[in-house]
Design a protein around this ligand. Structure first.
Ligand SMILES: [Cu+2]
Length: 422
């Protein structure tokens, strides 16, 4: 721990946090510098204010090292920006210890002054577009937790516990070598504590304790992404099964350094089970923890992207001959998923979300365990509507079905491949 008086340490961490906040920029405003890289063909780039921000961070770090015993003043405006974790005494949780630790620890993963940008995230089934860059950044992921009452079927609503107000939570896209700076703000009015266990993170709990926040708190933690792949993240606050079953899960993609081959359309789909019973209000369901505890119990619904009909009311739409990539995750909590698209053979399957090994070829159905993911690709050569489903086929009647619509392009219906004859 720091030798600083605890109050000074808190103020210094607050100053550093405020400085970091001032250097966060949207990835969209990054500007290219220099000429295209001869090896990769990609542009080098930086944000116009990045150098200024890094200089400010270095100045603060120098000040922190040189004035350990001095009183530190802080402007009211900067104090107002302090995250809750820096403004309150340590709760004894590892996350609070990280926030109140020495400044050197806070900068441990950014010694070379990585550009600080907002993390790329999108609402499923959308996927953020790949960043056009060939070096790592410090990606700041602001993620809020709170409840949200949303339709879970055409006849029912459910009060979910959410990341950013949606089920699933946002799809996050990073690159191997990035530092992921997670800022978790708990806005849960019902009084529940939440956290985030990223399966992409190497370290205790996948960051769960480090990101644990009580209502009204913000917790910040920094994770180096050292394994490429497609990963699940979820809340792991106790009781853990209830937080997952109540909708607290999402996908994080860590692209290899070379990126992924370009495709025409990308989507994200997460399968999950809903354990629920009729509530006191008409049409309002309540969580049924005991149903989930019995692994032989059949859930009320099995859904894609949080609701019966989510991907039938709003199909995934592509054009004929589009190259298509689907990032698929299984949040469980209990059931193994068997993902299949009727009438489509996946010509690339990155099994278990493994983006390093050669992909499988010519595969009909993929098995995805709870807490696992897969990436599938195909080319949509024959126009028409295709059903996506769990081939544990009774689950279709529980809601686990979506539609992929392939719109015709031109007049060639590819009768050479598929001819109804009459
Ligand atoms: Cu939670």
């Amino acid at each position: 721990m720091s030798k600083l008086p605890s109050g000074a340490a808190v103020l210094l961490v607050g100053l550093l946090a405020a400085a970091a906040a001032s250097t966060v920029v949207d990835a969209e405003v990054l500007v290219p510098i220099g000429r295209p890289n001869g090896n990769s063909g990609r542009l080098h780039w930086r944000h116009p204010q990045a150098a200024q921000g890094h200089a400010a961070e270095a100045k603060l770090a120098d000040a922190a090292r040189g004035s350990a015993a001095k009183a530190v003043s802080i402007r009211p405006a900067a104090a107002a920006k302090l995250p809750a974790s820096a403004a309150v005494p340590s709760s004894g949780l590892p996350g609070a210890q990280m926030a109140a630790g020495p400044p050197a620890a806070a900068l441990r993963y950014n010694p070379a002054g990585l550009p600080v940008v907002a993390a790329l995230k999108a609402r499923a089934p959308a996927v953020p577009r790949a960043a056009a860059r060939d070096r790592p950044v410090q990606a700041v992921l602001q993620i809020d937790t709170h409840t949200a009452t949303l339709p879970v079927s055409p006849l029912h609503k459910y009060t979910w516990w959410t990341f950013d107000g949606t089920v699933p939570g946002p799809v996050v896209r990073c690159r191997l070598g990035d530092s992921l700076e997670v800022r978790h703000t708990n806005r849960d009015a019902t009084g529940l504590g939440h956290n985030i266990d990223f399966h992409a993170v190497t370290g205790p709990g996948g960051g769960a304790a480090a990101t644990y926040a009580e209502p009204g708190e913000t917790k910040t933690a920094l994770f180096k992404l050292v394994n490429p792949g497609l990963f699940i993240y979820h809340c792991a606050a106790p009781p853990l099964p209830a937080h997952v079953a109540n909708g607290m899960y999402g996908l994080i993609l860590v692209e290899p350094e070379t990126g992924l081959p370009p495709v025409d359309k990308e989507f994200s789909v997460i399968q999950s089970e809903v354990y629920a019973k009729e509530g006191t209000a008409p049409g309002q369901l309540e969580h049924a923890y005991s149903d989930g505890m019995d692994e032989n119990f059949s859930p009320m619904f099995v859904v894609y992207n949080g609701a019966v009909g989510a991907l039938t009311e709003k199909p995934l739409i592509v054009d004929q001959d589009d190259r298509v990539r689907i990032y698929f995750g299984n949040a469980g909590p209990n059931k193994i998923a068997t993902f299949h698209i009727i009438g489509m053979v996946f010509d690339k399957v990155y099994r278990d979300g493994d983006l390093i090994s050669p992909p499988g070829r010519s595969i009909q159905t993929v098995v995805v365990p709870p807490g696992g993911a897969v990436v599938v690709e195909f080319t949509a050569v024959v126009p028409g509507d295709y059903k996506m489903l769990d081939h544990a086929i009774f689950r279709v009647d529980k809601g686990c079905v979506g539609i992929l619509k392939v719109r015709p392009k031109g007049t060639d219906r590819r009768l050479d491949l598929f001819d109804p004859v009459e």
